[in-house]
Design a protein. Structure first.
Length: 159
């Protein structure tokens, strides 16, 4: 798929989450950790909020990966950036839930935490891709040196 399609999907998911939050109305629930929300009793009690959090989580994840895809190469830097964001999202969510502070709504806080978990997938991808690219570069360099060495010795001459 083209990047434009992913942009449309991300924006659509943000709009869907907004509409669902509007329809569901304001919610307030007390949870001890961000992952306590995944309890089937809570999910069953707040189905629209659950779908809105899921849609927003996917939209955040897609947006971050889409933004990083605009930068060519730099796979290890992308991996470090993504894992950093994921950890920061998780720490932010834990602090917001633990202190009861509401800098953002609970829906946004949970979406950021879950997006942080989802960001582990692109972290693994970027790390593997970086290793493959580094291996390709080393392999190409070795082949070039061998080729230069054989040309210097005259082994490639046709008779």
């Amino acid at each position: 798929m083209k990047k434009e399609h992913f942009l449309i999907v991300a924006v659509s998911l943000f709009v869907l989450a907004y509409v669902l939050d509007f329809v569901a109305g304001p919610v307030s629930f007390n949870i001890k950790t961000p992952f306590s929300f995944l309890d089937p009793l809570i999910i069953g009690k707040y189905p629209l909020t659950t779908v809105a959090i899921g849609a927003r989580t996917l939209a955040i994840t897609i947006s971050i990966v889409l933004f990083l895809s605009l930068l060519g190469g730099f796979y290890f830097s992308k991996a470090v950036t993504v894992i950093f964001l994921g950890v920061m999202f998780g720490l932010y969510g834990i602090q917001q839930v633990a202190t009861g502070t509401r800098t953002t709504t609970i829906q946004w806080t949970l979406s950021l935490v879950y997006a942080g978990v989802f960001l582990l997938v692109p972290t693994v991808y970027y790390t593997i891709r970086g290793l493959v690219e580094k291996g390709k570069a080393k392999g190409t360099a070795i082949l070039e040196r061998r080729k230069e060495g054989s040309e210097e010795r005259g082994e490639d001459r046709e008779e």
